[in-house]
Design a protein around this ligand. Sequence first.
Ligand code: SGN
Ligand code: CA
Length: 529
Amino acid sequence: MRNIVLSTLMLSWLFASCQSEETEQRPNILYIMTDDHTQQAIYAYGHGLLDSTYFPNMDRLAKEGALFRNSFVTNSICAPSRAVLLTGKYSHINGKIDNVVPFNWDQQNYPKLLQAGGYETALIGKIHLGGKPQGYNFSLTLPGQGNYYNPEFIRNGEVEEKFEGHCEALIPQFVIDWLENDWDRSKPFAVNYHPKAPHRNWMPEEKYLDLYEDREFDFPDTFFDDHQGRGTAAKDQAMSIVDDMYWGWDMKFEKNPFTGEDSRLPAPFGRMSEEQLDAWRAVYEPANEQLFGDGTPGERPLREAPDRERLARFMYNRYLRDYLKVVKSVDDGIGRVLDYLEKEGLLENTVIIYTSDQGFYLGEHGWYDKRFMYEPSLSTPLLVRYPKEIKPGTEVQQMVLNLDHAPTILDYAGLPIPEDMQGMSWRQPAAGKKVPWRDAIYYHYYEYPGPHDVKRHYGVRTDRYKLIHFYHDIDEWEMYDLQNDPQEVNNLYGNPNYAQVQETMHQKLTEIRAQYGDSDELTMQFMNQ
Ligand code: SGN
Ligand code: CA
């Protein structure tokens, strides 16, 4: 009898230890993806825009984990980037080439594979793919772009509910609530935590309205770029801070300063209470008045010389400050979620990935927005914390893509990576291990005609060179030497000194298009769609 009791005890001990080993081997996944947050706005990337840590929680992830120096997207725009993340396939394969065409949720995606592999999954925040999310035990998503103030959310793809408050305070709270109340702790979790910020039009939380108002940001070197070194596409875009931003929506003026007309748009200001609007006016109006001095709005042609530089300085600073204010709220949210994980003893067994759906222009070339294959929008932040495998302060140099995130997450989860996923797992590079890696990345952008008038283009980038083909209503090539011209202002295409490089890059482009199954035929099909 005593033996039976002993062996039962032994067995249950063995079972318990196997189980705990198993749970330990299968980490939780916290995937944080912001909207339009660019590397230049993270101190840890060292681009020089920020003079110190503005966002301690993001910088903490970099310090305690890995910072990917060469992290890029395959199509620099919101919904397509999210479709690439979910499917691990290029836009021409998953079908979501731009923000407009519908996304097919019936196709395979990594959350479905995680679920089938024993994970509990949740999607909270912005997804921008329409339809009913598939692959999630729980979802609470913003409809489309969503709203900053008093936003609506859709529960499990079905019921729309309105919430009071700022979306960057609500989203992390929903993540914590789900973990606290709904997560089945017998399974590892995989949460997609997707803030809306810092998407246009950068509406700060009330408590941060004042933040950075006393800081003057210097123009980036290329702010007054005349686009002479490049082709038509860079000249014809509509994403100039000075010429294409709106006085109401972007600059937070209630009246157009040149015409005196009311520029208060129904959204987003219509969603705010009078108290909220008063708090806004207290911050923005004195600065607005200062800009115009004793001039009368509607009468002083400030867009004309000699005031253009002063106007540019004002617009650039308003833009940058508001952008950074909303990132601050995101950083707070990340801090709250990290604190929760720490308190629950979950921090060490969770792979935390911080990224954005693409990069963004913070005044480089005079621009905001994204879309181009130039570095600021082709790049996206990637910070990963997982102390079991990643040493603090790791810098990863390999060129990774958002295409790689699905295979990597499956790899961390110990699940097979389907053959038809096109990315590569960066789990080993993150752990500082050398594995065979790609020497070039492929890019293809399609949303033209569309907002900001960026022509369709595709191209290839190696560690040193970039070749781009702009097509549709133009047929132009550009090539850059990233080592000698990191700001990409000097188009080398057709330069006889670079004839050999050009030929090699053309070859690479042909090869990489074939490798990923893109072609002129497909490109034509999408053009006529
Ligand atoms: C809106 C914005 C654009 C932005 C697109 C796509 N205009 O149209 O500036 O490029 O979204 O953004 S706005 O006047 O409505 O703010 S994306 O991140 O969803 O791709
Ligand atoms: Ca985006």
